[in-house]
Design a protein around this ligand. Structure first.
Ligand code: HEC
Length: 306
């Protein structure tokens, strides 16, 4: 204390030695100073509150319908690792699956033909693909709408003109747009793969309404989409055997690319960042030690006043 008094400046000294005339009421809120019965009461309250909250959470979890559905397993995707790029041959086959199977019901309205260039097809190939569709354009000089062959800048054609038409054609179920579906569903491509390959007979005692299909991975287990793929549902242009799992895997890889076209670039940037920091971080650490060495090796000694 003597040292402190010495340390404070002139005005501080006045403050410290001033007579204590002001009485501040002392509010002691600490648990330890409470009488024994209050301690017991507070502890009981705490335990009851925590237990009640835990019980409520457990009940909430146990009545959640999602607990009844099957969670998809994690599949070893070729693009799964932190440094793995998409398999572009698979993306190309996946586009073929989308075009020949899924596009009958599902739109992908955020994808344009030009997006495929340099990813799964060459520019010349995509031009040929785009020209296969007819696009309503216009108006021309006489104010009429006209149709023309598709161009690179056109978006993927939609199977139905509006959501009502889509519902009407599918027993009231709306086939969602697939552009971002792997990001929009919990489980991503694992879920979509499981959904596509997971159709089975309903277990004994479970009946599914007319027009719905049993799928353990779908929330509620009854899905309005008929099993879309099976072995040899199509013939791949590159000769890959079109087994059910192969088709599902390829379309999921394609959907991953569609939802995350920056996928490969993101991982390449990550790799660059890692390599850059491998040099930078040790350098900065050395610099930090260097700069701080004066402060770190300093010794503070107390010299009592004479
Ligand atoms: C005959 C029409 C039809 C075809 C072909 C079709 N689907 Fe569907 N799909 C639907 C309908 C209808 C739904 C909505 C189901 C529901 O909500 O009960 C749906 C839903 C989905 C869902 C969303 C499930 C969810 O969690 O909400 C995904 C993913 C999907 N389809 C993927 C595909 C893929 C991939 C293909 C191509 C391999 C495909 N579908 C082919 C009609 C179709």
């Amino acid at each position: 204390m003597a040292a402190l008094r010495v340390a404070v400046s002139g005005s501080g000294r006045v403050l410290l030695s001033a007579p204590r005339t002001i009485h501040t009421p002392k509010a002691n809120m600490s648990f330890a100073s409470l009488p024994r019965n209050k301690k017991v009461a507070l502890t009981t309250l705490g335990v009851v509150a925590a237990g009640g909250a835990g019980l409520a959470l457990m009940l909430h979890q146990s009545v959640k319908a999602s607990d009844l559905e099957l969670h998809p397993p994690q599949y070893p995707w070729s693009h799964g690792g932190p440094l793995s790029s998409l398999d572009h041959a698979s993306v190309r086959r996946g586009y073929q699956v989308y075009k020949q199977v899924c596009s009958a019901c599902h739109s992908m309205e955020y994808l344009a033909f030009r997006n495929l260039v340099g990813v799964s097809h060459t520019e010349a190939e995509v031009k040929v693909i785009a020209e296969e569709i007819e696009v309503v354009d216009g108006p021309d000089e006489s104010g009429e709408m006209f149709t023309r062959p598709g161009k690179l800048s056109d978006y993927f054609p939609k199977p139905y003109p509006n959501p009502e038409a889509a519902r009407a054609a599918n027993n009231g179920a709306m086939p969602p747009d697939l552009s971002y579906i792997v990001n929009a569903r919990h489980g991503g491509e694992d879920y979509v793969f499981s959904l596509l390959t997971g159709y089975c007979e309903p277990p004994a005692g479970v009946s599914v309404r007319e027009g719905l299909y049993y799928n353990p991975y779908f929330p509620g287990q009854a899905i309005g989409m008929a099993p879309p793929i099976y072995n040899e549902v199509l013939e791949f242009d590159d000769g890959t055997p079109a087994t059910m799992s192969q088709v599902a895997k390829d379309v999921c890889t394609f959907l991953r690319w569609a939802a995350e076209p920056e996928h490969d670039q993101r991982k390449r940037m990550g790799l660059k960042l890692l390599m850059g920091s491998a040099i930078l971080v040790p350098l900065l650490y050395y610099l930090k030690r260097h700069r701080w060495s004066v402060l770190k090796s300093r010794k503070i000694a107390y010299r009592p006043p004479k």
